[in-house]
Design a protein around this ligand. Structure first.
Ligand SMILES: *Cc1c(COP(=O)(O)O)cnc(C)c1O
Length: 423
């Protein structure tokens, strides 16, 4: 006998979890879009575009005001002088990815940074020409590596090796990637994998694969689009050669936000490396001497090309301040609680299959579910229940409870809506 319906008791349980969680939600610091009933949506698409931090408008407004007030003088006299603006992002971004400050730079967008990194670090020679990526890589990454191979006069069909899970399995096994590198690593020039796979949500064993790739003599880079701001990273200690990530997903930096890039210090200080250069990569001490000879600054900044887009960086600064305040370890702990709760709720629903690893150590916050009509389901979730998720062709719905602003109540609402729509 039950005094409460299961929906009521589920809602009460979710409310209790929200009220007692060691890290209370920071939802009030974000602009949450409205659902169909006018109340706040349950927003699970932060893995695609994170919500706007309330502080972003103020920081952008200050730059607009300084531009109006000071024009060119703002380079030196703005309240945050533009000439050194990117340096404001350096230390918080370094803390976010576990890097030394001079190993990190905020610049460009993700795919651009992957190309800049490959211009330096993909140096096919002799038999060592292959680029390893995962078969389920994000399309932009596939295009980037194929075009790099072609740029070197190689046949991408041969140079790009796509790693597939074992037949019947959804995820790559670390032992298979490491085994391949041990057996055939002498042909591999570059390993470039996603830290968290955009489709399945699998978190790769970044340290183990980096170690195996480097032991095989390859360069190891990581695309951290779905890992930065989602899982704790220790890029310096893991000896990663380079990494790049975007700032508009978990980092809430705004549409097309300025991206991030990591270059390990053993390379960052190497002036002899080949690279595509621009004036902002020159040592600031001689940048304005306007000489034709390039003197790279001894840090990841050496890969900068242009003077930075201040208006696009201000929201990233607003967002990184929040991550700095909370810290990735506390955020990850909350993320495990939220995603674990949602996974438990999804397990009881017929008509869907969770394809994200069930082991919390092998995933970030995203849960991917396989359903019959993913696009239709996502539309009805939004229109009928105010639950914002996204669909990926052909049959995957992705739900990412972002620990900064999603609540257990959101997860309860998503589970109830999914159960009702799939019934
Ligand atoms: C989101 C994402 C991109 C997007 O690239 P942009 O250059 O930022 O447009 C690329 N790769 C991966 C793995 C992504 O998840």
């Amino acid at each position: 006998m039950h005094l409460l319906s299961s929906e009521e008791s589920g809602a009460a349980e979710a409310r209790r979890l929200d009220e007692t969680d060691p890290l209370p939600t920071l939802r009030a610091e974000f602009r949450v879009p409205a659902g169909p009933d006018g109340g706040e949506a349950a927003y699970f698409a932060g893995n695609s575009l994170g919500l706007q931090p309330r502080a972003a408008a103020e920081l952008v407004g200050e730059e607009l005001a300084d531009w109006a007030r000071l024009a060119v003088e703002g380079h030196h006299r703005a309240r945050r002088p533009w000439i050194a603006y990117h340096e404001l992002l350096r230390e918080p971004a370094a803390r976010l990815v576990g890097a030394l400050p001079h190993e990190v730079v905020a610049m460009n967008s993700l795919t651009v940074n992957l190309h800049l990194m490959m211009a330096t670090f993909y140096r096919p020679a002799g038999d060592r020409t292959r680029i390893l990526i995962e078969d389920s890589a994000f399309p932009s990454d596939s295009y980037a590596v194929a075009s790099q191979a072609a740029h070197h006069g190689l046949d991408p069909a041969e140079a790009v090796v796509r790693l597939r899970p074992r037949p019947g399995e959804e995820h790559l096994r670390t032992e298979d990637v490491v085994g391949l590198l041990e057996r055939e690593g002498d042909r591999v020039a570059l390993v470039l994998l996603g830290g968290v796979n955009y489709l399945t949500g699998q978190l790769m064993d970044i340290p183990a694969i980096t170690k195996a790739g480097r032991a095989a003599g390859a360069v190891v880079g990581w695309d951290l689009a779905h890992a930065a701001g989602n899982v704790p990273l220790r890029l310096h200690d893991w000896d990663v050669d380079f990494a790049a990530w975007c700032s508009y997903k978990y980092l809430n930096g705004g549409p097309g936000a300025v991206a991030g890039c990591f270059v390990h210090e053993r390379h960052a200080r190497n002036a002899a490396l080949p690279r595509l250069s621009g004036w902002w990569g020159n040592d600031p001490a001689t940048r304005f001497a306007m000489r034709p000879d390039f003197v790279p600054v001894a840090s990841a900044d050496a890969w900068q090309l242009s003077n930075p887009p201040i208006l696009a960086m201000a929201p990233v600064l607003a967002s990184l301040r929040i991550f700095d305040r909370v810290g990735m370890d506390a955020l990850r702990a909350k993320s495990r609680r939220l995603t674990g709760y949602l996974a438990g709720r999804l397990a009881g629903i017929g008509g869907l299959e969770v394809i994200t690893p069930s082991d919390p150590a092998l995933r970030g916050c995203q849960l991917s579910v396989r359903v019959a009509d993913a696009a239709g389901l996502v539309r009805r979730l939004a229109d009928e229940a105010g639950v914002v998720a996204d669909a990926r062709e052909p049959d995957v719905v992705r739900l990412a409870p972002a620990p900064l602003y999603n609540t257990f109540a959101d997860c309860h609402r998503a589970a109830e809506a999914l159960a009702a729509l799939l019934r």
